[in-house]
Ligand binder design. Sequence first.
Ligand code: MTE
Ligand code: MO
Length: 320
Amino acid sequence: MLIKVRRSWELKESSVTDEAHFRQRRRLLQAAAAAGVGAAMPAIARVSPPDEGRRLANLRDSRWGRDLEPTDYEDITSYNNFLELGTGKRSPARNADHLRTRPWSIRVGGECEKPGEIDIEEILRTIPQEERIYRFRCVEAWGMVVPWGGFSLAALLKRFEPTSKARYVAFETLYDPKQLPGQRRDILDWPYREGLRMDEAMHPLTMLVTGVYGVELPGQNGAPLRLIVPWKYGFKSIKSIVGIHFVDTQPRTTWSDLQPDEYGFYANVNPEVDHPRWSQKYERHIGEGLFARKHKTLGFNGYAEEVADLYKGMDLRKFF
Ligand SMILES: Nc1nc2c(c(=O)[nH]1)N[C@H]1C(S)=C(S)[C@@H](COP(=O)(O)O)O[C@H]1N2
Ligand SMILES: [Mo]
């Protein structure tokens, strides 16, 4: 396959002008909120999730990230990367109503005893949305703290009884250019694909997300179901999943197919290994403004204690 993508800098994660515009709009929103326009809001977010959002049932707090201050709902849901819904940071929010998230089912197959298809409603009914997790989620060039709602990926995977041949899990996003207009352009080899090693997939911190701030996930954030792997860079967290396959060899993944020297399969957050075109030692946090001091990037995004053992004996410069 030839690389169909435009020059990589055109697809770069963060664009300063884009963020400047974004910030300006957000200041306007905050001014409106301060002036009493819009609903008053309890606790947590300065800009609240919309009331009409369907609330997730059975949420409870997890111990993760309780000390972190979450990014505003408005920022989390209007500054996105979802190429199927456009290449600009604000296009996904604008285009999200093309995506219909019901009915929705996920095919699970490959190296397992009980392959099958499961409907999103059945998932929501039978797997408790028991974790409301504040996580420091860092992407390639900026960071957010997002109170994701969802459940451990392991809880879903176990139902399909993976066999001993299942060494990796491969994920696939919906392919439907009608609903995902970005797929009409050949910028990627659609559908978007990602993968994890089996032990990463079964780790309790690896989650499938159905909500944010306690309400149903909006389309731009990958509704109705997306992956979050808190110790990895953002591109691993594939959105709007329709396929999960257990496989015995390392699966192909979108970004490492496209730019293998820039994006690895593992993509563990690592301040010691720079991206070829930018340092990973520091990161900006969305919501703090362009001129705010950057933050030191933490190894494994701050979760080294929980996950470093998974990579014992591996050269993380080689397996980046
Ligand atoms: N299907 C799909 N999943 C995707 C992407 C994408 O373009 N398509 N972008 C990835 C990248 S690069 C990032 S940084 C995160 C962004 O998630 P957010 O918009 O919820 O912050 O989604 C990831 N998942
Ligand atoms: Mo990203």
